[in-house]
Design a protein around this ligand. Structure first.
Ligand code: GLN
Length: 551
C-alpha cells in the first residue's frame, strides 16, 4: 500500500516540526478575523501522516505518481497546501500511499504499482478505493492520520472496509491546491484516522483547518463566506463540544512511545491544552445526542444491501434512540439516479482534466512512443498523443476518458451531461428539503409533493422531515475478497459500491464513515462495516462532534 516511504523520515520522527530547514513551502496568509486562535494556540502535537499519492509533496524521496505509469518519475516542484498545513500542526510524513490511478476506482486495484490489499482472517480483501493505501496505513498503525481524496466516496469507502474513520469535508473547506484534479466540481481532500477525535482536532476548533482560506485554490471558500457559514453553525466559534473522552485507565501511564493522536488526546486532557478541549465543557454522549434528529433515508434500503449491514444499521438507529436521539424516516427520491449522474459528471470532468497528459507537458516522449510512431514525424501531435496516452494510462482511466469525451460530445451532451446536471440539482434539493438547517450557499427551492414519484408521495406521511443528520451505511457490502474484485465482470460492479457515498458528493455535503460492528456469515463472526453520517453544508463541526459521540 506504500508507493514510496522514507525510513529516515520515520526514524527522524519530528524532523519537520523541529527543523527550520524543512523543504520550502508556500506561505499561507493567516485567516484574518474569522476565528482568532485564542488563547495562544497549543504547541503542535506530533503525529505521523501518510499522504495519498495524488497529493503533491516535495521531499526528494517521495514522488507524486497518482498511481499512474504516466507520472512514475514525477517530482512535484511544490507542496500541496494541505500537507503544509498539517506539517505546521505537527505532522511527520511517513510515505506516499497507493491508490486507484488518478483516484478512479473503488478498490485500489487500478494502479500502475499493483493492487492494495488488506488481510482479514488470513484472506486478502479489498481495502476500498481509491484512497485504499491511506486507509491501510491508518488501520495498521503505520500512520496516525492519512490524507485521502474523496470525489465520490474515496475516503469513506476505504474507511468502511478497513474499520477506520473517514471524513469528507464540505466542498470548498479544505484546500485542494496541489491535489491532482479528477473531477473539480466534486473533489475534496479528506482525512482518515483511527478515531473521530483525531480528525476533529485538526479540522474544527479555534485556529483549526476549517478557518483557512487558500488563495491558490479557486474553489476554496473565501474568508468572508467562511465567517458567514460559521456564524450560522454551532461549534466553530467556541470550539467543538466533544463528548467526554473515555475514563483514563491506569495502564495509560505506561503508554507506548508513539501513541496515536487520539490516545495522546486522552493522556493530555487533564488540563494541558488541546485545541478543542480548552474552551468547552465536555458532555456525555447522552447529553450530546439528546434531541438530535437523525433521518433514515428509505431509498438507501436497497435490494443489494447485505442483510447483515441492514441489521447493524437498524441496531445503530435503536442505540441512538436509546441515547435520546430522534429517528425520523425520510425520503430522498432522487437517490436512485444519483449514481448514474455521478458516473456521467465525474468522467466528463476527468476527460477534460486528463487532456494535459499528452507526452509533451507530462510523460516521457521518446521512450513512450512505440515503434510505429517513431518512424513518423514527432511533430505529428496526433500520433505522439495517441502513443503516449495509449501506454501511459491504465484501462479504467481510458474507459473514463472515452465515456467523458462521449457524454460531452455535441450529439450526446443533451441526453447525458445535461440530464446528469439536472439530477445533481434534484439530489441537492432532496437534501435541502430534509435538513432543518438551510444551505447557506443557495435559497431553499420550493418543493411540492407532486414532484415526488407517486409511490413516495403516497407514503409520505412521516411527519416533519426536518433532521440534523442522515444515518445510513457507507457501502452496501462488507469488504469483498480481492480475488472476487479482480474477477468482476463489468466495471459497473465496482461502481455499485459508491451508491451511498455519491449523493453527498454531488451536493457538496460533509459526511463521515465510522466503524460499525456487524455479525456476518454463518457463524455470525463479528466484522466491521461503515456507518455514514451526512450533514448539511458547513455543519462539519457538529457532524464531527456527533460522530464522536456515536462512535
Ligand atoms: N469510486 C469513485 C470513482 O471511481 C469515487 C472515486 C473518488 O472518490 N476519488 O469515481
Amino acid at each position: 500500500h506504500f508507493i514510496s516511504r522514507d525510513s529516515d523520515l520515520l526514524t527522524n520522527f519530528g524532523f519537520f516540526v523541529n527543523q527550520p530547514t524543512a523543504p520550502p513551502t508556500p506561505e499561507i496568509p493567516p485567516h484574518d478575523g474569522v476565528s482568532e486562535p485564542s488563547p495562544a494556540p497549543a504547541p503542535p502535537k506530533r503525529f505521523t501522516l501518510a499522504v495519498k499519492d495524488n497529493i503533491a509533496t516535495t521531499t526528494a524521496s517521495l514522488p507524486t505518481t497518482c498511481g499512474s505509469a504516466f507520472l512514475a518519475a514525477h517530482r512535484s516542484p511544490f507542496e500541496a497546501t494541505i500537507v503544509t498545513q498539517l506539517r505546521r500542526r505537527g505532522a511527520a510524513l511517513v510515505g506516499k500511499m497507493n491508490l486507484d490511478e488518478f483516484g478512479m476506482g473503488s478498490h485500489s486495484v487500478n494502479s500502475a504499482f499493483g493492487a492494495v490489499a488488506q488481510e482479514i482472517s488470513q484472506q486478502k480483501r479489498s481495502a476500498g478505493g481509491s484512497s485504499g493505501g491511506s486507509a491501510v496505513a491508518v488501520a495498521t498503525g503505520e500512520a496516525d492520520v492519512a490524507l485521502g481524496t474523496d470525489t465520490g466516496g474515496s475516503v469513506r469507502l476505504p474507511a468502511a472496509y478497513t474499520g477506520t474513520v473517514g471524513y469528507k469535508p464540505s466542498y470548498g473547506m479544505l484546500s485542494r491546491h496541489g491535489v491532482v484534479p479528477y473531477a473539480n466540481s466534486l473533489d475534496t481532500v479528506g482525512l482518515l484516522a483511527r478515531s473521530v477525535r483525531a480528525v476533529a482536532e485538526l479540522v474544527v476548533g479555534p485556529g483549526a483547518l476549517w478557518a483557512e482560506h487558500d488563495p491558490r485554490d479557486p474553489t476554496s471558500l473565501s474568508v468572508a463566506a467562511r465567517a458567514r457559514c460559521a456564524s450560522l453553525r454551532e461549534g466553530y466559534q467556541d470550539g467543538l463540544p466533544l463528548s467526554a473522552p473515555p475514563a483514563r485507565e491506569e495502564s495509560s501511564q505506561s503508554q507506548p512511545q508513539s501513541p496515536s493522536l487520539g490516545e495522546r488526546y486522552t493522556q493530555r486532557h487533564d488540563g494541558s491544552s488541546t485545541l478543542l478541549a480548552q474552551s468547552h465543557e465536555r458532555k456525555s454522549p447522552e447529553a450530546m445526542l439528546k434531541g438530535v434528529r437523525f433521518g433514515i433515508p428509505l431509498e438507501y434500503n436497497i435490494e443489494e444491501l447485505d442483510p447483515c449491514i441492514r441489521v447493524a444499521w437498524a441496531a445503530a438507529a435503536e442505540r441512538l434512540q436509546a441515547l435520546g436521539a430522534r429517528i425520523v424516516p425520510v425520503s430522498l427520491p432522487s437517490t436512485r439516479h444519483a449514481l448514474s449522474a455521478y458516473y456521467v459528471i465525474a468522467p466528463a470532468e476527468a476527460s477534460s482534466n486528463l487532456a494535459k497528459y499528452d507526452g509533451v507537458r507530462y510523460g516521457s516522449v521518446r521512450e513512450d512512443t512505440d515503434q510505429d510512431s517513431k518512424t513518423t514525424d514527432a511533430a505529428d501531435g496526433g500520433v505522439l498523443y495517441a502513443a503516449t496516452r495509449g501506454r501511459g494510462f491504465g484501462d479504467e482511466v481510458k474507459r473514463r476518458i472515452l465515456l467523458g469525451s462521449y457524454t460531452l460530445s455535441s450529439e450526446a451532451m443533451d441526453n447525458y451531461f445535461l440530464q446528469a446536471q439536472k439530477v445533481r440539482r434534484l439530489v441537492r434539493r432532496d437534501f435541502d428539503r430534509v435538513f432543518a438547517l438551510e444551505n447557506p450557499l443557495h435559497e431553499r427551492e420550493a418543493f411540492s409533493l407532486s414532484d415526488l414519484p407517486d409511490t413516495v408521495a403516497m407514503e409520505n406521511k412521516f411527519g416533519p422531515t426536518e433532521v440534523d443528520f442522515l444515518l445510513c451505511p457507507t457501502a452496501p457490502t462488507l469488504a469483498p475478497l480481492l480475488e472476487d474484485v479482480l474477477a468482476e465482470r463489468t466495471p459497473v460492479d465496482a461502481y455499485m459500491n459508491d451508491v451511498f457515498t455519491v449523493p453527498a458528493s454531488l451536493a457538496g455535503l460533509p459526511a463521515i464513515s465510522i466503524p460499525m460492528t456487524v455479525a456476518a456469515g454463518e457463524e455470525a463472526v463479528a466484522e466491521v462495516a461503515g456507518l455514514q453520517l451526512i450533514g448539511q453544508f458547513w455543519d462539519d463541526a457538529r457532524l464531527l462532534a456527533v460522530a464522536d459521540a456515536v462512535s
